[in-house]
Ligand binder design. Structure first.
Ligand code: SF4
Ligand code: SF4
Length: 427
């Protein structure tokens, strides 16, 4: 039976001339060498599904699951085919026809869409990790028994700070000396639950740059559901955020230091363009969103930075790279502005690190292969600080550094700036 849901993509897929140039840019293919991991192979699968030469079975779905959605292939593809969009459409078609695991459905449809449930679930998981329950469960083999992916997650995810970050209305942002900008802070799940120190540093840096900050009452941005192909759940979450952030539309900008959140929020207009009730509001919200470095550079970052030492390099999160939001010059500009710090460019800086949300838990062998390449490049720079702007990248790069025994601190750009501002105060 032909997968007719993919028919609207046929003209795009038909542009694939099978040249194979995508081999050069696909981190997964460089590890597996498998044709189905390659953009060309994925276009062939999509074409066969549309023509009815292939059924959308669980085996085909598994082959689609190993895509990072990183667009490394697109950068090398003459027609510029966005393979991530084609893979997402195939995943969507599969779960629409066959359903999805119950836990996944509850997570995307119930937990991520509700900020209170999301917070409760995240706090429970982090509490178990902090109190050694996850490690004990791993030792006894319980995690493996429940789900092998949980065992991998326990190894990759670091123990979060015990001090919780107060999201939304519970949060209190520092006040600027003089108000120059009025911004809304969109709290990402990754930073507020896993790396609360990054969220705190971001707020301090924004306040130092004259931002009067409104703590937004957002829930998850919806990207995780979208990446798994649950486009309907992602749209539902987007509508909820459009309603929740309606009061922020009079502000100068909505800022998030998570590259994945900010880029997905910028896509809300596109995601909800067919919804007569939400299309305009979603497009307006997308137009307000800025990623952290993007906002700070445009606002003219305040120059009272103190001196730091050492060498810093920068890893581009896929969603901020030139393949997505194109926020690449700004983080580098900020890092280079820090007195005393040497900036060293990272070879293949915009190659995916293999985190890709939860990809590393699902496809750990491939993800580790991709990460090893990244960490070898980091080692070549000799940097003692590795900066980035995405919580999944921070988690995975930190795991890579531990695994390789590299003495490199993985930090968000906002943390490094925060430290430089502190150093500036002391002089
Ligand atoms: S999106 Fe990334 S992982 Fe997927 S085929 Fe393209 S380069 Fe490979
Ligand atoms: S580079 Fe583009 S056109 Fe060439 S094989 Fe890959 S997907 Fe097809």
């Amino acid at each position: 039976m032909a997968t007719t849901e993919l028919l609207p993509l046929y003209d795009t897929i038909a542009q694939c001339n099978r040249c194979g140039f995508c081999q050069a840019g696909c981190p997964v293919y460089r590890v597996t060498g498998e044709e189905h991991s390659l953009a060309r192979g994925r276009q062939a699968i999509a074409r066969s599904l549309i023509l009815g030469n292939l059924e959308l079975t669980s085996e085909v779905f598994q082959a689609l699951e190993d895509c990072l959605l990183c667009r490394g292939c697109t950068a090398h593809c003459f027609p510029g085919i966005k393979t991530d969009e084609i893979v997402t459409a195939m995943r969507h078609a599969y779960i629409t026809r066959n359903g999805q695991p119950a836990l996944q459905r509850i997570l995307f449809r119930t937990v991520l869409a509700d900020s209170k449930k999301l917070e409760t679930a995240a706090r429970m998981a982090l509490w178990a990790k902090r109190h050694g329950l996850a490690a004990a469960a791993e030792k006894t083999g319980l995690l493996n028994l429940v789900d092998k992916r949980l065992q991998v997650a326990n190894q990759v995810v670091p123990t979060a700070s015990a001090k919780p970050f107060a999201r939304g209305k519970k949060g209190k942002a520092p006040r600027p000396e003089k108000v120059k900008h009025r911004v809304g802070y969109f709290a990402s799940c990754g930073f507020s639950f896993q790396f609360p120190e990054v969220a705190e540093a971001t707020l301090r840096v924004l306040a130092r740059n004259g931002c009067e900050i409104t703590m937004l009452d957002n829930t998850c941005c919806g990207r995780p559901a979208h990446s798994y192909g649950d486009v309907d759940a992602a749209r539902d979450i987007a509508r909820k955020n459009v309603d929740r952030l309606a009061g922020a539309m009079g502000l100068d900008a909505i800022v998030s230091e998570c590259g994945s959140c900010s880029t997905f929020l910028k896509e809300y207009g596109n995601l909800l363009k067919g919804d007569p009730l939400y299309a305009d509001k979603a497009a307006a919200l997308s137009g307000k969103v800025r990623s952290f470095s993007e906002f700070l550079v445009a606002a003219g970052a305040n120059g009272s930075l103190g001196t730091l030492s050492g060498t810093v390099t920068y890893h581009d999160p896929c969603h901020l790279s030139n393949r997505f939001a194109k926020v690449t010059a700004q983080p580098r500009k900020l890092l280079k502005s820090i007195p005393g710090m040497t900036y060293k460019e990272l070879p293949e800086a915009d190659w995916c690190c293999g985190a890709a949300g939860s990809y590393t838990f699902l496809h750990h062998t491939e993800a580790t292969g991709v990460l090893d390449r990244k960490m070898s490049n980091v080692e070549k720079t000799g940097a003692d600080t590795l900066a980035t702007e995405c919580p999944a990248c921070m988690m995975h790069l930190g795991y890579g550094a531990r695994k390789k025994g590299l003495p490199v601190k993985v930090r968000h750009v906002s943390q490094i700036l925060d430290e430089a501002y502190e150093a500036g105060k002391a002089t």
